[in-house]
Design a protein around this ligand. Structure first.
Ligand code: ZN
Length: 193
């Protein structure tokens, strides 16, 4: 019983440097979509970063209300396919059990290999990092995790045209970029939240 209870309980750590802002190494403070202040004790949010060649290409934080709205914008078809991909390629229970039963608070244990592929962060040129926070703390569950570019591309392929459009709107709106860069960023749609 104890172990089951532990699995359902979040472990909490200080937000590690890799999940702070790239340039100033500070906490993310506001939701990218609604601007909600995130550092109140009870406010939950996610952080996503895209890393390429050692540099942060894109990073943002988003409150849970906006994450939920984003999910609802995904077509039913896309959502089902992405869910199937998760089910087929990743065992949530094992991961949570392994990490939480070892009580690891070491961020590297969570992000050092791809959630879906057997690839080490050290051999990847490009990957995404996802984290789940509450106020100025990070919650450990299936989050945080790392997704390799190969897996990102596989999931992108599963999205319907409608969902791609919605996500393009998101990147266009929040990352005002020149057209050539926009094409690059558009391939980093937030589908792993
Ligand atoms: Zn928001």
């Amino acid at each position: 019983m104890d172990s089951e209870r532990n699995i359902n309980k979040f472990h909490v750590i200080e937000i590690p440097k890799v999940f702070k802002t790239f340039i100033s190494e500070e906490y993310f403070r506001n939701c990218i979509t609604c601007d909600k202040y995130l550092l109140d004790d009870e406010t939950e949010y996610v952080i996503e970063k895209v890393i390429r060649d050692g540099y942060v290409e894109l990073e943002y934080s988003m409150c849970m209300d906006c994450v939920e709205k984003m999910r609802l914008k995904m077509s039913k078809e896309s959502m089902e396919r992405v869910n199937q991909y998760f089910e087929k390629n990743f065992n949530f229970y094992d991961r949570r059990y392994d990490l939480l039963s070892s009580q690891s608070s070491d961020i590297d244990d969570y992000i050092s290999s791809c959630l879906f592929k057997n690839k080490s962060i050290h051999e990847l040129e490009e990957y995404q990092l996802l984290g789940h926070c509450r106020g100025d703390k990070m919650l450990l569950s299936v989050f945080p995790y790392m997704v390799s570019k190969d897996a990102i591309e596989e999931v992108q392929e599963l999205l319907s045209a409608k969902t791609r459009e919605e996500l393009d709107d998101f990147t266009d709106k929040h990352f005002g970029l020149p057209p050539d860069l926009k094409e690059i960023i558009r391939s980093k749609r937030p589908v792993f939240l």
